[in-house]
Design a protein around this ligand. Structure first.
Ligand code: PGA
Length: 245
């Protein structure tokens, strides 16, 4: 049985101290039993990655950067090195979030490079895909998801664990959650594509306005292996409530 994944994406929020106290709260609230059936991921802003590394020590909490450069080190002023995140203990990395695609012009090709870099360093990529509202209204959802998947995963190792996060762009930070039917149908589509392409070890997370009060229903939808949570992951209490759903 696959473990459910509860992933916090803090985006550009949370200081070093806030990150430490969040970890303390999660540590106190989730027993070691919880981790038998679930995984907790935290994606802090880079200046707080070390705080999470410290706060997560001696726990099963995993953490990693929200964005990395496609080269692991070198003369790239201002960029984030996967190698250095690994030194802090990162075993996961968020790749291709829609905000990166939208505001920082990340292409499928760049996303593909980054996934390959993660795989070469034994880091699990959490690879985000999802359609915009206009694309959904034009019935392009499956086409868009398939393109993002096939381009992002071009030439990657299919035996290595891959976490896909399906996040409809129109549901991110808007309070508009996809319906159960919409979630099920896209997740099933992704599952069948991945299986058909020969991927043997993957999970599919849903993201987009996940809250404590809709988590229970969403987690029971077939093919939903967990969540990527933005806004509701900023307060330890609401994040813990979602994990306990
Ligand atoms: P949200 O963000 O939970 O605030 O909608 C999700 C995400 O961007 O990963």
């Amino acid at each position: 049985v696959k473990k459910k994944i509860f992933a916090a994406n803090w985006k550009m929020n949370k200081s070093f101290k806030e990150a430490q106290s969040f970890c303390q709260s999660v540590k106190a609230a989730l027993s070691s039993d919880f981790y038998n059936s679930a995984e907790v991921f935290i994606f802090p802003q880079n200046f707080s990655l070390a705080a999470v590394a410290e706060g997560a020590s001696n726990t099963s909490i995993q953490f990693g950067p929200q964005q990395i450069h496609k080269e692991s080190k070198g003369a790239f002023t201002g960029e984030n090195s996967l190698d250095l995140a690994i030194v802090l203990g990162s075993k996961i990395c968020l790749i291709g979030h829609s905000e990166r695609r939208q505001f920082f012009a990340e292409t499928d090709e760049l996303v593909n490079h980054k996934i390959k870099l993660c795989q070469s360093q034994q880091v699990r990529p959490v690879f985000c895909i999802g359609e915009t509202l206009a694309q959904r209204e034009q019935n392009q959802t499956e086409k868009v998801c398939e393109e993002q998947l096939s381009r992002g995963l071009f030439g990657v190792d299919k035996q290595k664990n891959m976490v896909i996060a399906y996040e409809p762009v129109w549901a991110i930070g808007t309070g508009k959650v996809a319906t159960n039917e919409q979630v099920k149908s896209v997740h099933q589509f992704i599952f069948e594509k991945m299986t058909g392409w020969g991927f043997t070890d993957f999970q599919i997370l849903y993201g987009g306005s996940v809250k404590a009060d809709n988590a229970k229903e969403l987690i029971s939808i077939p093919y939903v292996d967990g969540f990527l949570i933005g806004g509701a992951s900023l307060e330890a209490e609401s994040f813990i409530n979602i994990c306990q759903a």
